[in-house]
Design a protein around this ligand. Structure first.
Ligand code: FAD
Length: 301
């Protein structure tokens, strides 16, 4: 079956997707349910759910994925990390997700738990994303997907992997993941279109063929901007930083405007689609899509 997201065979409308994370309290879960309903109503290609990030509960990820599967029409994508898990535990985890109707995965090694160093055997001994990809394929072959395409995505780092020694090493790792069976890339956050466009162009010259979705987040506060800068591994744009501070540290409209401009440059430069980190809120990401004219159906209209 041809998959429009992977082949780009349906170029009529630029597509988009979202990332959410499991709620950490009952009140947050209620707010998330509300946000997810709005996000799903915008008809994204998929909504991905983080796993074990920042010490969050893995069971909560599965619950949220099941909610997406059962209470919305949207395709759920499960982030899956290997840190601290044996191959057998991972196999059981993948089977459990497939039994819950989840067939799309973002294969990751995952973050080191708080206070644990990268060279600790718990982290260094974990399967890499490149090793997880064939394990997912193995389990998938045992359980043919009945309700969904079953894609395997990976993380892409336009400004370098956290352990990267060089740009060449980043591209080698990326190609190794493609050779292991990855079909789709989703990038880490970044601030400038050329960071994505130049990296993808270099990777294409080295043999990258998979689509790479730029990951974007409309920040609302100075604290979020600092967090994004730390993930991007680059300083935040000084103009945006100053404008947020001048607005008292909170100004969602500034993050929306920056993301819209960035998305325009990326799409004009050939990005196939955009992946929006929602921070579990729907208002800003829907405002971005509305401004870009990408909403066929506007859940807030
Ligand atoms: P891998 O590519 O498997 O890398 C792991 C190891 O491989 C490294 O420690 C290193 O030994 C080696 N390596 C890889 N690349 C290089 C390189 N260029 N040079 C030298 N050595 C290298 N984390 C979570 O815990 N949960 C999540 O849900 C989550 N979701 C994410 C979603 C996206 C889109 C992105 C971009 C990141 C996400 N992360 C998440 C963070 C991610 O797990 C961390 O960045 C982690 O440090 C690396 O994971 P990976 O899958 O890219 O690892």
């Amino acid at each position: 079956m041809s998959d429009p997201l992977l082949t780009g065979s349906e170029p009529t409308r630029v597509r988009f997707s979202f990332e959410v994370f499991p709620a950490r309290s009952q009140a947050a879960a209620l707010a998330l349910g509300h946000a997810v309903q709005h996000l799903a109503a915008a008809e994204p290609d998929f909504i991905s759910v983080t796993y074990g990030a920042s010490g969050s509960n893995r069971d909560a990820s599965l619950e949220l994925l099941k909610y997406l599967r059962g209470a919305t029409e949207v395709l759920p994508m499960a982030h899956l990390t290997t840190v601290g898990q044996t191959r057998e535990q991972l196999r059981a985890e993948i089977l459990g997700m497939m039994d819950a109707g989840i067939h799309d995965f973002l294969a990751l090694r995952g973050d080191a738990p708080r206070g644990v160093e990268e060279d600790d055997p718990l982290v260094a001994g974990s399967l890499s994303a490149a090793e997880l990809i064939p394990l997912i394929a193995e389990v998938r072959a045992e359980r043919p997907p009945l309700t969904s395409v079953g894609r395997t995505a990976i993380a892409v780092y336009p400004n370098g992997h956290p352990q990267s020694r060089s740009r060449a090493a980043d591209i080698d790792w990326l190609i190794a993941k493609q050779e292991a069976g990855a079909q789709l890339g989703i990038t880490q956050l970044f601030f400038y279109a050329e960071e994505y466009l130049v990296f993808v162009e270099e990777a294409r010259r080295a043999g990258l063929t998979m689509p790479v979705l730029p990951g974007l987040m409309p920040v609302s506060t100075s604290a979020q901007l600092r967090r994004v800068a730390s993930l991007a591994g680059r300083p935040a744009p000084p103009g945006l930083e100053r404008a947020l501070e001048a607005a008292g540290g909170t100004a969602p409209e500034l993050g929306v405007a920056h993301t819209v401009e960035l998305a325009r440059e990326l799409l004009a430069g050939g990005a196939p689609s955009i992946h929006l980190y929602t921070f579990n809120r729907h208002e800003q990401v829907l405002a971005v899509l509305r401004e870009l004219g990408l909403l066929a159906f506007d859940p807030l209209a």
